[in-house]
Write a protein that binds this ligand. Sequence first.
Ligand SMILES: Cc1cc2nc3c(=O)[nH]c(=O)nc-3n(C[C@H](O)[C@H](O)[C@H](O)COP(=O)(O)OP(=O)(O)OC[C@H]3O[C@@H](n4cnc5c(N)ncnc54)[C@H](O)[C@@H]3O)c2cc1C
Length: 558
Amino acid sequence: MKMIIDDLKQEENKYSLDNIFEFYLKITQTLPEERILLDNKSKEKYSRTTLAKGTTPCLIVKPINKNELEQIVLLANEFKCPFHTISTGKNWGYSDACGLYDNQIIIDLGLMNKILDYNNELGTITVEPGVTQGQVYDFLKEKGDEYWVDATGAGPKTSIIGNIAERGFGHSQNGDRFSNVTDLEVILPSGKFIRTGVSSFENAKCAKTYKWGVGPSIDGLFTQSNLGIITRLTLWLQPKPDDFKVLLFLLKDKESIHPFLDATRKLKMNGTIKSVVHIANSTRMLSMTNFYPWEEMNFCKPLSVSKTQEMLDKSKSSHWFGSIGMYGTKAQIKADVNIIKKTMKDSKSVKKTILIDDNKLSMYGGLLKICNRLGFFKELKPLFNKLTICCELLKGKSPENCVQGALWGLKKENLPKNLSSGDPLDYKAGLYWISPLLPMTGHDLNRMNSAIEPIFHQYGFDMQQTLSMVNGRSLASVLTISFDKRDQTQTKNALLCHDKVFDILFELGYIPYRLGNHSMKYMKLQKKENKEMMNGIKSLLDPNNLFSPNKYIPAEEF
Ligand SMILES: Cc1cc2nc3c(=O)[nH]c(=O)nc-3n(C[C@H](O)[C@H](O)[C@H](O)COP(=O)(O)OP(=O)(O)OC[C@H]3O[C@@H](n4cnc5c(N)ncnc54)[C@H](O)[C@@H]3O)c2cc1C
């Protein structure tokens, strides 16, 4: 035991480790040893990060049910040990499985992974934190494929609840995931359980079907916060449509995105476009199926204009590539597609549209296989793979192979031939997502990009960008800084670039929809009155300030 505590004390100290020993002794009476991890190998595993620097926990506990979790939280309070929680801990590019500080207890909820309820009349599913999006997809298939779940591009092994706790978004018509959840069960940092929505009353019949409840609506308090651990929630599903198609589009050139946005946002507002429209710029799109051409670029970054064009031409792509999921009856889809195509044509911004469905995709796939075997059209394979990913995603299946999009900063010789792992950490990939929100106007996008693109280039990075129409009025832009963690200069520059871009975004008013560990400091810029109010709530619910201190709610001294 002495060895353990000495070992713990050697670590960099943000929080006192004095009481961890007591916590450890007590928790072994509740959890078996194999679910209390404090060996260096486990701690290293949980401290792995895509960011420039991760944090190391003092120990990791893995409850399998609410009772165990309650004991952990109560003991952490008794011994004043700070703790952080993860659902599957794959918050890549933002925080991975790390807390904000070293020496916190990580509560890994991955083993609380039951689907608690499925209602095929009302289209709801109730899940625990460890339930993954792949698990829900498979479950719904097994249950007869009556409903589809929304999927993100993060892969099948990422959680529903961890993603929603960060208000992440997917691609389908339920892509704004937080708008489609209700009835959260939460354990407060002091150890009490509460329910949100109408479930705050006994015997509420609409617990899973009505979001707001009566009285103040409090769901939001438990996302992007440090006010409680979500132990279950109910997600609304999308009924499987009669017909499904994907409308893909390529824009004419880099500037075409501005008239495109101005022309199409009304279609999102009036419901003609139902899914999240997802648009990727050239380097983001190229990264999905290509590696950075280091040699041809004389080991320099960013990608030159001429090389970008050459690679786009080769993959039959263009500066912006987007997808829209079309759901409805055959007649509805036909009518909607006609309206969208006409609007696109009138905007003079679109080079090409492709309407695909499962039948076309399998036909193209078959033909391409034959051609490729004969040595023709090999260059079309990446485009075909992209089409397949779009199609699957919009039907709720998160692709296994999206990880390549996070490897643009890496040299091919440092990567295995077969990218069998979906985890960017397995490739030592460095990754920052920067996710500003902007009004959906061409003017705003132009204003933002003109200010930040030179910063990416100054630090030697491509500005990889996606734009998601999460509603009819706002765009969520996700910018990637992709770097190689083996390279110290790149890693240092990535953080400098990240901070500089953040400074500019806040100056211009394009506030990110979500933050990571390295950007959490920007919460300090929130208005004083808001910070005071949130601090008041925090001290009420977590008087010892133990749960994820400073995560989204900065303490006054932070
Ligand atoms: C290639 C690639 C594509 C990606 N695509 C997307 C995308 O399309 N959309 C998207 O949103 N993200 C995307 N991501 C980012 C990220 O990987 C996902 O958001 C992922 O779902 C987050 O990991 P997780 O589900 O394991 O959450 P976790 O890491 O478990 O949780 C994230 C954070 O939420 C909080 N939290 C977790 N569980 C709880 C709980 N039970 N109660 C309270 N708070 C909790 C904690 O603060 C935790 O740090 C992508 C990443 C990569 C590399």
